[in-house]
Design a protein around this ligand. Structure first.
Ligand code: ATP
Length: 221
């Protein structure tokens, strides 16, 4: 499957946030989006999901325009920045509801076994984020949108989530964004930078410095 999005124009009142966007995403690949605070990364992900309606947008799947919001199809799963599962739900219920195997979770995150009967609001922010990220990554959806999957996680859990991303991308198209840019670089097959409302496909990582996203010297030449 190839998902393309272009012709996006997003305004809030008179403030133009996005214009000149092109993104191509494929099954078997992770597409990373980078950009400074407020450049429009979350908005773009939300536009793809279909919740945020810009002035214009064109989304195509395998060259066919998609006219209804993607969230109304069974194609997409979205990890927003906020906690999206109700507080009072028990962890085991979450897995049942989202049809994700608890056993497979245990093989990757064994230390979470103690939380099976715990309500989500009794977990730490990072523990909860691991569960939410895992649920979204493992869902039976062909397109997965991950808004900041790494930001609240401890290093060991970041490595485990990265392993799940590599496994799941075999059968999914994954779009991800995070300020922990090294993890985005590690996991992504393609990287786009959003700058001044436009996307730029990054061919060489040093461009991240040239476009002033990173300060000079971050990327070893
Ligand atoms: N509902 C809204 N009303 C008005 N302005 C908004 C709204 N949502 C977002 N914005 C503005 O749109 C811009 C892009 O926001 P967005 O959340 O997409 O940025 P981002 O790149 O994800 O930033 P960050 O990395 O800081 O999370 C910001 O300037 C923000 O203030």
């Amino acid at each position: 499957m190839i998902l393309e999005i272009d012709n996006v124009e997003l305004y809030f009142k008179e403030k133009r946030i996005l214009n000149g966007i092109y993104l191509k995403v494929e099954t078997g690949k992770v597409t990373g989006i980078l950009g400074s605070n407020g450049c429009g990364k979350s908005c773009l992900i939300n536009i793809i999901f279909g919740e945020l309606k810009p002035k214009y947008k064109l989304i195509r799947i395998d060259n066919k325009p998609i006219l209804k919001p993607l969230y109304q199809t069974k194609l997409v799963a979205y990890l927003p920045q906020y906690h999206f599962i109700p507080n009072r739900m028990k962890v085991k219920t979450v897995f049942k509801l989202f049809k994700v195997s608890w056993e497979s979770f245990m093989s990757d995150f064994e230390s979470f076994s103690i939380f099976k009967n715990t309500n989500l609001n009794k977990l730490s922010g990072g523990e909860r984020r691991v569960i939410e990220t895992y649920i979204i990554l493992k869902s039976e959806r062909k397109i997965v949108l991950l808004d900041e999957p790494f930001s609240h996680l401890a290093p060991l859990n970041i490595d485990k989530v990265k392993a799940v991303i590599s496994e799941e991308k075999q059968r999914k198209a994954i779009i991800t964004t995070d300020h922990l840019y090294r993890h985005i670089i590690d996991t992504s097959d393609n990287i786009y930078l959003i700058k001044n409302g436009h996307t730029k496909l990054i061919n060489n990582l040093t461009e991240l410095e040239d476009y002033n996203y990173l300060s000079q010297g971050n990327i070893i030449k």
